[in-house]
Design a binder for this molecule. Structure first.
Ligand SMILES: [Zn+2]
Ligand SMILES: [Zn+2]
Length: 240
């Protein structure tokens, strides 16, 4: 399986990431990617950029180094009601929205599978969201059987995040369980690097190993085929 778009990448604008947009795009080109989404952290993350940063993404060309650059954001789930830290100025500019739970923003002491399930069921109904980010975190386990079919019904892509296996303990087993349920209910997924450094753009080895182990159907991986990925973009009104 060859992934052709990396739809979760951070630049120096995230504060704890270390490459520029141009450097990320250069590596994407070298690795033969059709697209990357630049998805710096949204407002509630400690060292995140401000609204103007996201609003001004509109000045960027659609293609950098021949790579389609999707203007994105990784929104924070701010509370267990499932509210996100997107403002109109941000959502009015970006083309690609990941919704993620982060222990830096959400109080993990309040977290339990029941309230995380409620939060994700509300986020599933949010029309702005494209991707459910690193959903395999042990801190924020939820009822996969109940929620994942709702992601599917509402057109959300469930992310299998290559960085999770290194930085989010417990993620591998949870991601495997999540991928199995996506397979069971034919819910589309997206494989992403969540790179915070240019050399990691387009690196998906561990995520792909996991999908191989469970014989995951390639046609459910939205970013494993250019036509399929473009079809998704068109379905969401995103320009090619
Ligand atoms: Zn980050
Ligand atoms: Zn994240």
């Amino acid at each position: 399986m060859k992934i052709i778009a990396d739809t979760h990448c951070h630049t120096i604008a995230s504060g704890h990431a270390y490459s520029t947009l141009e450097e990320m795009a250069k590596v994407a080109k070298e690795r033969g990617l059709y697209a990357i989404a630049v998805t710096d952290h949204c407002l509630k993350m400690g060292n995140a950029p401000d609204e103007l940063h996201f609003e001004n993404l509109k000045i960027l060309p659609k293609y950098i180094q021949g790579v389609r650059l999707l203007r994105g954001v990784e929104a924070n789930v701010c509370n267990y009601e499932g509210d996100l830290d997107l403002t109109e100025r941000i959502s009015g500019t970006v083309e690609w929205v990941i919704a993620s739970m982060h222990p830096q923003v959400l109080d993990t002491n309040l977290s339990d599978p029941e309230i995380c399930t409620k939060a994700w069921l509300n986020i599933a109904k949010n029309p702005t969201v494209n991707v459910i980010g690193h959903s395999g975190q042990e801190f924020f386990r939820f009822d996969y059987e109940k929620v994942i079919p709702e992601f599917g019904r509402n057109g959300k892509l469930v992310e299998i995040n290559n960085s999770s296996f290194k930085v989010r303990p417990g993620s591998r087993e949870n991601c495997k369980a999540i991928a199995k349920i996506c397979k069971k209910y034919s819910v589309p997924i997206v494989v992403n690097s969540d790179s915070h450094f240019s050399a990691l753009v387009g690196k998906f080895d561990e995520a792909l190993d996991l999908l191989n182990e469970i014989d995951f159907p390639e046609d459910l991986v939205v970013n494993a085929n250019k036509e399929r990925f473009q079809k998704y973009l068109v379905s969401r009104g995103i320009e090619l």
